[in-house]
Design a protein around this ligand. Structure first.
Ligand SMILES: Cc1cc2nc3c(=O)[nH]c(=O)nc-3n(C[C@H](O)[C@H](O)[C@H](O)COP(=O)(O)O)c2cc1C
Length: 196
């Protein structure tokens, strides 16, 4: 029987092959044989260059919480919708779910340290990080190049993450270069855009 790579007309060894009951691929497909390992999957995904955000919210005692996230995307222009994907293991997950609203802080190139801080599970993430609490009671991190304040309109559990779709209630932007993430490393634009 020809290998899945051969069937897909692709070279063999470098090709990662995924199989998942949740993926509705019919044969012939390159995603047939074995489940890709989590480390390899992360490496492959790391080739998709992204910006970096901090997702923030407050718990029922008004304590701010948040995490670094690159799984953020626009969903709809009318109505204005975005989505974020949050790991079930994240300690911010229950609060984001229960609170029903969240802010997306799009980080600037000089906020690498803040990104590292919010990518850990420490409890004092906001200590020393300049932020304001908005009228919607959401923490907005100073120095971010854009803020979006969202009300959760739907929640989808997929695998080990939850997709939160948020309606954008307020949004603002500032000048500045974005922080980038590519192949597991922080980076910045080679030539900043004129508006930065
Ligand atoms: C650049 C970068 C992007 C990340 N993107 C996500 C993401 O989209 N969703 C997620 O759940 N975790 C993401 N993480 C991992 C979380 O930030 C990390 O697990 C963090 O410890 C979660 O904090 P918490 O457990 O206090 O909520 C990312 C980490 C980095 C460094």
């Amino acid at each position: 029987m020809p290998s899945p790579q051969a069937r897909a007309g692709l070279p063999g060894p470098a090709l990662a092959i995924i199989e998942s009951a949740n993926l509705a691929f019919s044969e012939p497909s390159c995603y047939i044989n074995t489940m890709i390992g989590a480390d390899d999957f992360r490496k492959v995904l790391g080739h998709f260059a992204s910006g970096v955000t901090i997702i923030t919210t407050c718990d029922s005692d008004a304590r701010p919480t948040g995490l670094t996230a690159s799984a953020f995307t626009s969903v709809s222009l009318d109505p204005p919708l975005v989505l974020i994907c949050v790991d079930h293991k994240s300690q911010s997950h229950p609060t984001i779910k229960e609170r029903g609203c969240f802010a997306v802080n799009i980080l600037s190139a000089h906020q690498q340290e803040i990104s590292r801080r919010f990518a850990s599970s420490r409890l004092d993430k906001f200590e020393g990080v300049a932020h304001a609490i908005s009228d919607l009671k959401l923490p907005l991190i100073e120095g971010a190049i854009a803020h979006l304040e969202c009300t959760t309109v739907s929640v989808h559990v997929e695998g080990d993450h939850t997709i939160f779709v948020g309606r954008v209630e307020r949004a603002r932007m500032d000048a500045g270069e974005p922080l980038l993430y590519f192949r597991g490393q922080y980076d910045r634009l080679a030539s900043p855009s004129p508006g930065a």
